[in-house]
Design a protein around this ligand. Structure first.
Ligand SMILES: *[C@@H]1O[C@H](CO)[C@@H](O)[C@H](O)[C@H]1NC(C)=O
Ligand SMILES: *[C@@H]1O[C@H](CO)[C@@H](O)[C@H](O)[C@H]1NC(C)=O
Ligand SMILES: *[C@@H]1O[C@H](CO)[C@@H](O)[C@H](O)[C@H]1NC(C)=O
Length: 526
C-alpha cells in the first residue's frame, strides 16, 4: 500500500546556491527602549547535538551559525528525552513528572496539558503581548479547550500531534513516540529497532492534522511543512505593530521523521553516501534558511533592536532517523546526554552584554518560562520548577541553576544532575551506544569503545555516576570510586522522586478516529 506520506511528490527544484541571509555584527547597539522585548522562541524537532554547523561543519547552517556566534551559545542546555514532556516544560516551567505528562501523547487517548498550569502564552498575553504559534503543539487536542488558541495564543497555524508527513500533513504512525525511558529493554540493535518500527506503525489509524486556529486547513496541503510555517511566521511579523510586544513561538516539525525535503536541499549533501543522512541534513539546512528569512523579516520591520530570540530543540537526535549526537552517548528517548543535551543559543543585538560567548552554565527547558516572564517585566511565577536565567543571559551573572532532574519514570527510574555530576538511577533507555553518523562515520564510534564497560550494570539496572564536565561522552562510570557522592545524589534524587505524580494514561477512545471526523484528527471527544 502506498503510504499517504508520498501522495504528493516533492517538486524538483534547480539547485540554488545556499544563501546567507543575515549580515550580523557582534553588536553593542544599546537598547534605548524600556518596552518589553519581542520574544521569538524557535524549537526544532529531534535536532541532534552533532546536527548543527557550530558542532559539525559538515552541516550547512550559515544563518544559525551567524546568529549563534553573535549571541550566546548555551552548551549545557537540557531538555526532556521526548517531545510532549519537553513541550510541557517550555509551556509551563514545570517538570513533566509534576504535570502528569511524563509520556508522549497518543492521538487516541484523552491526554492534555492540565488547565491548572498556565502557559507562557497566557502569561505574556496578560502583559500585553500579541501571542502567535506556528508549528507543532503535542500538548493535547481532545477538547478545543486544550488547543493553542484556547491556551493563550492569538493564532495558531500548525498541527496538534507529534509528527506528520511533511507535505500531506497526514499523521505518520510512530512507535518511537510510545517508547518511554522506563521500558525494560536495556539494549537493542539498530536493525531490530527498524523492523520493530515497521511492524508497529502498520494498522494505526491515519488522518490529516493541520489547522489554522481551530479550523481545518487544506490550503497548505502539498506544501513543505518548514516552508508553510515560515510563510506564516513572516505574515505574522509583517502584520505586527512593531511598537507592541510580540511573542512568536515556532516549534518546527523538522528534522523529525518522516525524512522528507525538497531535493535542492538534499543535493547540497550529494557527497554523503547515506540517503537518510542526506535528507536529514537537507532538512536542517531548510530550517536554517527558514530562520534566516524570519530574522530578515524582523529586521525589515525594525523589530530586532528590541528582540530576544531563542533557538533550541525538544530532545536529542534520533540515531535511527538520520540524526546524530556524537560525541554524546545515546539519543532521543534516553536519559543519556545525547537524548537530553541539545544545541541551543540565544540572540539579541541589544540585550546581551556577553554576546559572542559560549556558556557551560546549566540551563533547563523549564527555565524559559520564568526567563521570558522576567524579560517581559512580569512578576515571578510561584510554585514552578523553572528558574529565571534572564540576569545570567543579559548581564553575565552566574546561572542560578546548580541541579536538575533529567527525568523520573513512574517506577522511579531516572537521572539527576548536581554540579558536574550525573547519577543515573536504573535504566537510561533503549539505546546505550555512541551512534555513528549514518553511513559516513564508523570510525568515530570506535573512539568511544575504549570507554569502561558498563553493560552488565546497565543490564541489571544498577546506578551509574559520571562526571559530565570531564567526561561529557559518559564513557566511564565512577559510581564505585565515589560512594559518598552516589549517596548524596541519591538523597537529592529520592527527594524529587517523592514529589512525582502518576502519569495520566487513560485508555484509547474509539471516537478519536479521524474516519469519524472527515479524515481529520479533531477535538470534541473528551
Ligand atoms: C562597541 O562599542 C565600543 C565602545 O563603545 C566601540 O569601540 C566598538 O566599535 C563597538 N562595536 C561595534 C561592533 O559596534
Ligand atoms: C486565526 O486567528 C487570527 C487572530 O485572531 C486571525 O488573524 C486569523 O485570520 C485567523 N485565521 C482563520 C483562518 O480564521
Ligand atoms: C521512587 O518512588 C517509588 C514509589 O513511587 C519507589 O518505589 C522507588 O523506590 C523510589 N526510588 C527512589 C530512588 O527513591
Amino acid at each position: 500500500m502506498e503510504t499517504p506520506c508520498y501522495l504528493v511528490q516533492a517538486t524538483v527544484v534547480v539547485l540554488s546556491l545556499l544563501s546567507l541571509h543575515l549580515a550580523l555584527a557582534k553588536t553593542n547597539q544599546t537598547k534605548d527602549d524600556t518596552r518589553p522585548p519581542h520574544i521569538v522562541f524557535i524549537v526544532t524537532d529531534d535536532l541532534g547535538w552533532n546536527d548543527v554547523g557550530w558542532h559539525n561543519p559538515q552541516i550547512l547552517t550559515p544563518n544559525l551559525n551567524s546568529l549563534a556566534e553573535n549571541g550566546i551559545k548555551l552548551e549545557s542546555s537540557y531538555v526532556q528525552p521526548t517531545c510532549t514532556p519537553s513541550r510541557n516544560s517550555f509551556m509551563t516551567g514545570m517538570f513533566p513528572f509534576h504535570t502528569e505528562l511524563q509520556r508522549v501523547m497518543d492521538p487516541s487517548k484523552p491526554t492534555y496539558l492540565p488547565l491548572k498550569y498556565p502557559t507562557i502564552a497566557e502569561k505574556l498575553k496578560q502583559r500585553g503581548y500579541s501571542t502567535h504559534m506556528v508549528g507543532k503543539w503535542h500538548l493535547g487536542y481532545c477538547n478545543e479547550k486544550y488547543t493553542p488558541v484556547r491556551r493563550g495564543f492569538d493564532s495558531f497555524l500548525g498541527f496538534y500531534m507529534g509528527s506528520q508527513c511533511h507535505y500531506t500533513h497526514v499523521k505518520a504512525g510512530s512507535l518511537v513516540e510510545s517508547v518511554t525511558t522506563s521500558t525494560s529493554v536495556s539494549s537493542f540493535g539498530h536493525d531490530l529497532i527498524n523492523s520493530f518500527l515497521r511492524v508497529r506503525t502498520q494498522g494505526l489509524t491515519e488522518g490529516r492534522d493541520f489547522r489554522f486556529n481551530n479550523t481545518v486547513w487544506r490550503k497548505t496541503e502539498g506544501e513543505y511543512s518548514t516552508h508553510a510555517f515560515t510563510d506564516r511566521a513572516i505574515e505574522i511579523i509583517k502584520r505586527q505593530d512593531p511598537d507592541e510586544p510580540l511573542f512568536l513561538y515556532i516549534p518546527f516539525s523538522a528534522p523529525h521523521s518522516p525524512l522528507q525535503v525538497p531535493s535542492k536541499y538534499e543535493q547540497l549533501y550529494s557527497h554523503i553516501k547515506s540517503r537518510e543522512r542526506r535528507i536529514y541534513s537537507g532538512m536542517v539546512t531548510a530550517l536554517d534558511e527558514a530562520v534566516g528569512k524570519i530574522v530578515d523579516a524582523l529586521q525589515d520591520k525594525g523589530m530586532t533592536g528590541n528582540m530576544f530570540l531563542v533557538f533550541t530543540s525538544d530532545n536529542g537526535g534520533s540515531s535511527y532517523m538520520g540524526g546524530n549526537n556524537l560525541p554524546l552517548r545515546g539519543g532521543k528517548n534516553t536519559l543519556w546526554e545525547g537524548g537530553t543535551r541539545v544545541p541551543t543559543f540565544v540572540y539579541s543585538p541589544t540585550l546581551l552584554t556577553t554576546a559572542g560567548s559560549v556558556s557551560d552554565q546549566l540551563f533547563h527547558a523549564v527555565d524559559w518560562f520564568p526567563t521570558f516572564l522576567e524579560a517581559a517585566g512580569a512578576p515571578p511565577a510561584q510554585g514552578i520548577d523553572g528558574l529565571s536565567q534572564w540576569e545570567f543571559l543579559t548581564t553575565g551573572k552566574s546561572s542560578p541553576r546548580t541541579e536538575f532532574v533529567y527525568g523520573i519514570g513512574p517506577e522511579g527510574k531516572g537521572a539527576i544532575r548536581v554540579g558536574d555530576y550525573k547519577l543515573i538511577v536504573g535504566r537510561p533507555g533503549l539505546y546505550n551506544d555512541w551512534y555513528p553518523i549514518p553511513g559516513t562515520d564508523p570510525v568515530k564510534r570506535a573512539r568511544f569503545k575504549g570507554g569502561r564497560h558498563d553493560s552488565v550494570k546497565l543490564e541489571k539496572g544498577l546506578n551509574l555516576l559520571f562526571n559530565i564536565k570531564d567526561d561529557p561522552s559518559e564513557t566511564t562510570d565512577i559510581a564505585g570510586q565515589f560512594p559518598d557522592l552516589v549517596s548524596e545524589l541519591m538523597d537529592k534524587y529520592s527527594a524529587w522522586n517523592r514529589t512525582k505524580v502518576t502519569p495520566h494514561e487513560p485508555e484509547r477512545i474509539a471516537l478519536a478516529d479521524p474516519a469519524l471526523h472527515g479524515g481529520f484528527w479533531t477535538p470534541g471527544w473528551c
